[in-house]
Design a binder for this molecule. Structure first.
Ligand code: DX5
Ligand code: ZN
Length: 214
């Protein structure tokens, strides 16, 4: 069954506690949390201290999406936040396997993120080490971008590649109600939504998104 993962990057930070409470009231299981360093991507968001503080104020599972140069320098701090799911960009380091090992040794779920230009085939020798593949459906770093249509083909091909393995497919970027349906149909299990959820009518939007993928 596919799930919507709200992206806290899209929330109103002046009312963060209320936003977390709203998501909990709506029975959210997994919160997507972006970690951006201003180098690997141009934006800056949520360091380990902020993530740990949010985690303490919540019962949701945290899915940390690391957009960092040198993730090997920060992975221990990210693990310390308590996040249950942690993903690393394939393109961000020559040491993806090392980082995946660290995440798994800490007992967390490990994901690899692929930018729009990176083929899923790079994961061939990592398939036994990952719990999920995060397919970027925009270029990482900025909210409010348009979904890249080519991603549908990539989701389908990724689904074929993982075959019977217990690996989930996550998508992130530019998802609205119509796109949520399309990515689900293509094989996505975890569907991240920022702007199309945290708008003027978040409750209505969230419920509509969830019912669209039932
Ligand atoms: C962007 C982030 C996303 C972002 C998605 O780099 O990784 O999680 O919050 O926002 P929307 O859904 O508005 O594209
Ligand atoms: Zn993200």
């Amino acid at each position: 069954m596919a799930q919507i993962l709200p992206s806290v990057f899209g929330a109103n930070l002046l009312r963060l506690q209320d936003e977390i409470q709203f998501l909990e009231n709506e029975q959210t299981e997994i919160l997507h949390v972006d970690l951006m360093d201003g180098t690997y991507v141009s934006n800056i968001a949520f360091g380990p201290n902020q993530i740990a503080a949010m985690k303490k104020a919540s019962t949701m599972t945290f899915d940390v999406h690391m957009m960092l140069a040198n993730p090997e320098r920060h992975i221990d701090d990210v693990i310390k936040t308590g996040a249950e799911m942690i993903s690393v960009h394939y393109e961000s380091t020559p040491h993806v396997h090392f980082i995946l090992q660290k995440i798994k040794k800490a007992g967390r779920k490990a994901g690899v993120v692929l930018n729009p230009g990176t083929p899923e085939s790079v994961l061939e020798y990592l398939l036994d080490d990952i719990d999920y593949i995060l397919i970027m459906t925009i270029n990482p770093g900025q909210p409010g971008q348009t979904f890249i249509e080519k991603s549908i083909e990539k989701i389908k091909n990724t689904k074929k590649m993982i075959a019977g393995r217990n690996i989930k497919i996550e998508v992130d970027g530019g998802v609205n109600i119509d796109i949520a349906k399309k990515v689900k149909q293509a094989g996505a299990d975890l569907i991240v939504v920022g702007g199309a959820l945290f708008n003027d009518t978040p409750q209505e939007s969230y419920r509509a998104l969830k019912s669209a993928i039932q």
